[in-house]
Design a protein around this ligand. Sequence first.
Ligand code: TRP
Ligand code: SF4
Length: 352
Amino acid sequence: MISSPTNPTATSSPARKRVLSGMRPTGKLHLGNYMGALYNWLQLQHKYECYFFIADWHALTTDYADTSNLRQNTLDVALDWLGAGLDPETCVLFVQSHVPQHAEMHLLFSMITPLGWLERVPTYKEQQENLTGKDLTTYGFLGYPLLQSADILIYQADFVPVGQDQVAHVELTREVARRFHQFYPAQPAVLPEPQVLLTPSPKLPGTDGRKMSKSYGNTILLTDPEPIVRQKMKTMVTDPARIRRTDVGNPDVCPVFDLHKVFSTAETQQKSREGCTTAGIGCIECKGWAADGIVRYIAPMQERRAALAAKPRQVWDVLHAGAERARKRAEATMQQVRAAMHLSPTLSQKES
Ligand code: TRP
Ligand code: SF4
């Protein structure tokens, strides 16, 4: 079972390494989003100087045709973050488009990045093939990972916590930083190469047994009320070999048991394994226990979230304050970048 996120008082020492990560606003978060990123961020915020942002421009790269949900989706993600326990006093939480420096950095990178580098990023072709309903032969879509490089390098981040699927993007980021340094050398380098902080994430299947994912429609949301969680769990697939109540089952091939491993106590896991392998319990009972664990885990988050959802103004205030801090940090890097590229609006030494 995962431990509940703790909230020790923040210690801000200036020597802390910097962490940057982002999430596209695709709507309310599910347990897979939580375990795949947010749970990890909750621990990181106490260890590093963290910048976490909602990548609304990245959402536009695929969903440019209809932006009517963008604002609500952004708010929903912010609510999920705050409800889960990201603390705006401890880390900087903001919206990408509130920090226009990201766009300036992206533009400058676009000048020095060979097209081939972007065409070769594995997610480029994959996504174009998968999201067939959308025209992704756009300039912005090709530039997706380069915008991500700008996001990362503009904070001179030391670490980027991401899942395996994003490693290629961080690798590109390192190449862009090296190329920038080749053209515009400075000592020390203006854009240090960031490192991936690979998110350890347990296997989290959705109700159909496949990886939990919005596009599969198999998710349990952090915001799902208890009856919905219980109902969704009832429909979850189990060990396919356990057909009758009298058949014994194998928890090691059962997706329900994967959820037990994450959300149930050791005693409940033991009880389920025992009951399953001896046909002592039915799957309905076992799923009910898994639901208990999930409900117990998300209830306090839902309580915090509901309180904030009633006051969206406050949430936007939090994001605006975060953007102000982020802009300061980003602008400091941009000044070094402009100077290295001889773009500084200020007079050079010779001229003054
Ligand atoms: N591409 C990331 C994702 O889909 C989101 C993202 C955008 C990001 N910019 C970032 C992640 C910068 C880490 C750092 O999950
Ligand atoms: Fe899966 Fe539990 Fe049914 Fe066993 S009893 S097959 S672990 S749901």
